[in-house]
Design a protein around this ligand. Structure first.
Ligand code: BGC
Length: 766
């Protein structure tokens, strides 16, 4: 999605974690804290009650049409992120209270103008402005999948905070993020928008992002409402084809796909968006089980649910609704509170209420939820509080935001391979050839779901610029593009080879264009596009010290490169600060620490491939053991790169695991300890990963499940003792009755640097 606009910035809010160290606090301090906390809770409950009363009083004044208006969301006339329906009288509808929210309207000027119209309506209910602020707004951050590779929750929270600060200063109240769909199929274009394949990691990231977007709470002008999407299981689309059906057991749904959504509720996400797919035959948008029973009843979600773009109307195509009226009825009754761009609610809800097909209580519940958020955001006190030109101007060029983006970007890069320590490159290198289509690229670093600004050419840092700022003045930089990203033309190869031949070192950049991964960007082949891998072959054949950098929105297949290039950095799409972050890693100013949040397949035929699969009755032990095994006869059983893989310029050594006891009971806990040593001459950060396996269960359990991780910084030669404490709660799973239980028995515990490089030990839960 490409957009234009005009914007701002806000000083970065640094959140100071309140760490409570009770043993060292005196009683008075504890008492004081209890009083303050009690008062805060009281104030919160009081505010909640007050808002509840205001919502109820307002609701009493509203006609049915005005209520339905609040449940209606339209796209603004300037940009669209879905198939647009044009309404000639859109502005009139806003003026007469027929619209509760708009999307794709940004900028103080536009939001103010539309808000002014909304305030001409009888009850003067302000509009909510929603926008896809997915990985930054003015300052673009790495794509969410790239950020997830950092495993750095604080950095992701800070990134979301910056995005919220910039977007809110441009009049945006509400971001349609985070996307928390678990995704195990890299053909699906939207893997770029999420946190990858793992439920545990995805849940923590969901929380971090919600916290970042919503900041210190609504009412603060830098807080935007978060929206956990797409509810639910959108990432499990059959064949990785966007919008496709999802068919899975309820156990799988609860265990793998729902937890990140639950985590978002626990973090206070203000809103949810439902999804385009059907789940076991019922479209998510008309799915009462997930929206009413799970989300609103079981999880006690107090916010509202917006449909996905046109997803109410699309239930007709699904073959679930006979027409738009029936779709409106099914969606409203199932708990979809707001209709994004289907126009079913605005056209038919009143009739449906009169016919008794949708109860007034359903409408009132939806409208209450929506109005509550408008009150919480402070829009009834000041409908223009987010439309402040001065703030917009201030935030437009907040340099601190770029510092946060660069930090996030360098942490997102994953070092896949580094033979003979080809990396890092010395800043004093005599000559470096930069080859490939991404060397001077700018907007391709932004990726899908990002914004184009008129001054992008000066703001986005290309690799060329990043390297130039890093190397010694005497280093000669040479350049040849070699080929395009998707084009088949090889006429540039000769120049590229000649250029590389002249240099002491080669940096070769390849990847996907920014719109090859994203919504509606599923690919059946996830090989490197065009002739890029052929270019790699020619350059690597020169035998020079060479690093290949891959910029992409998904795990790609690049076997030749993986097997022959001396060093590989996977850089995703890194955003505004791409070139600087790449140079930080290339030249060793930042020692890479990223770890893959998704398994990388060897070929598309291996998909879906994920580390936490079941064992099956005939598991292959290794690649020589494939006969009559659950394996392909013509392919390794292993992914090309495993979940959690990522190297460093340091060498980390793991001791064997020590357990506090060989067994424990549900009333006790178990501590697992390893000593981690940095056996290199460089300081670095390692992400120590803990996995478990439940050997025998009342339902089969995955061969490994991530249950914890710690990011540990070690100076050269330094050792640290790393401990993890587990309780029976960490061993829970959904049984065949959908009860979330733990079962006594034997387990394995693994600790290591990736899902395939671990030490292991057994323990028992008594
Ligand atoms: C996407 C959503 C997005 C919405 C509004 C839809 O097509 O699936 O993720 O938030 O459009 O742009």
């Amino acid at each position: 999605m490409v957009k234009t606009g005009v914007f701002i910035r806000i000083p970065l809010l640094i959140s100071v974690p309140l760490s409570l160290n009770f043993p060292y606090m005196n009683r008075f301090a504890i008492l004081l804290l209890a009083v303050v906390y009690g008062n805060l809770l009281f104030a919160q409950t009081n505010t909640d009650k007050k808002i509840g009363k205001s919502v109820d009083s307002l609701l009493k004044l509203m006609t049915l049409e005005e209520k339905i208006g609040q449940m209606n969301q339209y796209n603004g006339p300037w940009a669209a992120t879905g198939p647009l329906t044009n309404d000639d009288n859109l502005l009139d509808q806003v003026k007469t209270g027929k619209v509760g929210s708009m999307l794709n309207v940004t900028g103080v000027k536009r939001t103010r103008e539309l808000q002014e119209l909304a305030l001409q309506s009888r009850l003067k209910i302000p509009l909510l402005f929603g926008q896809d602020v997915i990985h930054g707004f003015r300052t673009i951050f790495p794509i969410p999948l790239g950020e997830a590779a950092s495993w750095d929750l604080k950095a992701m929270e800070d990134g979301a905070r910056v995005a919220a600060t910039e977007a809110s200063a441009a009049g945006v109240h509400w971001t349609f993020a985070p996307m928390v769909d678990i995704a195990r199929d890299p053909r699906w274009g939207r893997v770029m928008e999420g946190a990858g394949e793992d439920t545990y990691l995805g849940s923590l990231i969901a929380k971090a992002r919600v916290k970042g977007f919503q900041g210190t709470g609504f009412g603060d002008t830098s807080a935007v409402m978060a929206c956990a999407k797409h509810f639910a299981a959108y990432g499990a689309a059959v064949g990785g084809r966007d919008y496709n059906s999802v068919d899975m057991s309820l156990r799988q749904l609860h265990e793998t796909y729902l937890p990140p959504f639950k985590a978002a509720v626990e973090a206070g996400a203000a809103t949810f968006m439902n999804s385009f797919n059907d789940i076991n035959g019922i479209p998510a948008t008309g799915n009462k089980y997930i929206q009413r029973d799970i989300l609103k009843r079981d999880w006690k979600f107090k916010g509202f649910v917006v449909s996905d773009w046109g997803s109410i109307g699309e239930m007709i195509n699904h073959g679930y609704s006979k027409d738009s009226k029936e779709a409106g009825m099914q969606a409203a009754n199932a708990g979809s509170d707001m209709d994004m761009e289907s126009r079913s609610y605005t056209k038919y809800l009143a009739e449906l209420v009169k016919e008794g097909k949708v109860k007034m209580a359903v409408i009132d519940d939806a409208v209450r939820r929506i109005l509550r958020k408008k009150f919480e955001m402070g829009l009834f006190t000041d409908p223009y509080k987010f439309s402040n030109e001065k703030r917009e101007q201030t935030q437009w060029n907040n340099l601190q935001h770029r510092v946060v983006a660069r930090d996030m970007a360098k942490k997102s890069i994953v070092l896949l391979k580094n033979e003979k320590q080809v990396l890092p490159i010395s800043k004093q290198t005599g000559s470096i050839a930069l080859i490939g289509p991404f060397v001077k690229a700018k907007s391709d670093h932004l990726g899908f779901w990002s914004y184009d600004w008129p001054d992008d050419s000066t703001r986005i840092v290309s690799l060329w610029e990043g390297v130039k700022a890093k190397v010694s003045p005497s280093t000669k930089m040479l350049y040849a593009k070699g080929c395009g990203i998707t084009e088949l033309d090889k006429t540039g190869f000769a120049e590229a080879v000649a250029t590389a031949r002249k240099a002491d070192y080669v940096i070769l950049t390849i990847g996907e264009t920014r719109d090859m991964s994203g919504e509606a960007k599923s690919r059946s082949s996830i090989q490197l596009p065009g002739v890029q891998e052929e270019l790699v072959k020619e350059i690597v054949a020169l035998g020079k010290p060479t690093v290949v950098m891959i910029s992409a929105g998904r795990p790609l297949v690049f076997n030749w490169t993986a097997d022959h290039a001396p060093a590989i950095l996977y850089t995703w799409w890194l955003g505004t600060e791409a070139g600087n972050a790449m140079a930080d890693v290339l030249f060793g100013d930042y020692n890479p620490s990223g770890k893959l949040p998704m398994s990388f397949p060897r070929t598309e035929g291996q998909i879906p491939i994920y580390y936490n699969h079941y064992n099956t009755g005939r598991p292959a032990k290794n690649d020589s053991d494939r006969h009559y095994r659950s394996a392909y006869t013509d392919l390794s059983i292993y992914p090309k790169y495993a979940f959690g893989h990522g190297l460093s310029y340091s060498n980390f050594d793991y001791s064997d695991i020590t357990l506090s006891a060989p067994s424990f009971t549900a009333a006790q806990s178990l501590t697992a300890t390893v000593t981690l040593t940095n056996k290199s001459t460089r300081p670095g950060t390692e992400t120590v990963q803990l996995y478990i396996r439940d050997i025998t269960g009342s339902v089969v359990r995955p061969v490994k499940e991530l249950k914890g991780f710690q990011q540990v910084y070690l100076k050269e030669g330094e050792s640290k003792v790393i401990s993890f404490t587990l309780t029976a709660n960490d061993l829970r799973f959904y049984n065949d009755q959908l009860q979330y239980i733990y079962e006594p028995g034997e387990f394995k515990l693994f600790i290591g640097s990736s899902s395939d490089m671990v030490k292991e030990v057994g323990f028992e839960l008594k």
